[in-house]
Ligand binder design. Structure first.
Ligand SMILES: [Zn+2]
Length: 219
């Protein structure tokens, strides 16, 4: 069984690559964000526990996240393995994951590396249209007229989440948490660093050089 941990800062392009990798290797894409939403929406026993912690303003314990995760990966579509997106974020989580996985699993951590200043530049230049879903970028795909969508003439705006200081803060938190996780997997010899400063196609080509292609077994 192959378990791939896809790491990368928010804004490094992890979501796009996870989806492509999932298709390429016929491995299910397991995002912990989706797991939370699914369990809460379907009001599963685990979802109810999660809700209790959230409503009382407490952090959801790692053990509960792992319960949700292993409940999900016990399904048939994960029999050959899966891609983890958004987990583990801390060393205790990585250790707990390792304990539950045991020795029979082939573990690979792929770390999508993009310098912070580039992530900030990409995010803070993003201009969204109020009229349609079109996205311009102040530097990479500027609108013909400032503040006006080329596609529909609608008003362009910047999301608060994309402001340089907000993105910078998010990245600082990410690195503080995740640098030890990189070390952890590096010491185990299962960490591969991927240069994420290229076109999505080029990044994908490097990613899959570490992951054998596989046909879907059934359906
Ligand atoms: Zn528009």
């Amino acid at each position: 069984m192959q378990v791939i941990i896809l790491m990368g800062a928010p804004g490094a392009g992890k979501g796009t690559q996870a989806a492509r990798l999932s298709a390429h290797a016929s491995l299910a894409h397991i995002s912990t964000g989706d797991l939370f939403r699914e369990n809460l929406k379907q009001e599963t026993a685990l979802g109810k526990k999660v809700k209790g912690y959230m409503e009382s303003g407490n952090l959801v314990p790692d053990e509960l996240v792992l319960d949700m995760l292993f409940d999900r990966v016990s399904r048939k579509d994960c029999a050959a393995g899966y891609i983890l997106d958004g987990f583990p974020r801390t060393v205790p989580q990585a250790e707990a994951l390792g304990e539950r996985l045991g020795d029979s699993v082939e573990l690979l951590a792929l770390n999508l590396e993009v310098p912070d200043d580039l992530i900030v530049e990409r995010a803070s230049g993003r201009l969204l249209c109020r009229g349609c879903s079109h996205i311009h970028h102040a530097k990479f795909s500027p609108p013909k007229a400032e503040g006006v969508c080329d596609n529909c003439g609608g008003e362009l705006y910047q999301r608060k989440d994309d402001a340089a200081d907000v993105v910078g803060q998010r990245l600082a938190v990410y690195h503080e948490q995740t640098a030890p996780v990189e070390k952890f997997y590096g010491a185990q010899g299962v960490l591969k660093s991927i240069n994420g400063v290229r076109s999505p196609d080029e990044v994908f080509t490097e990613l899959i050089s570490h992951v054998p292609a596989k046909e879907k077994a059934d359906g």
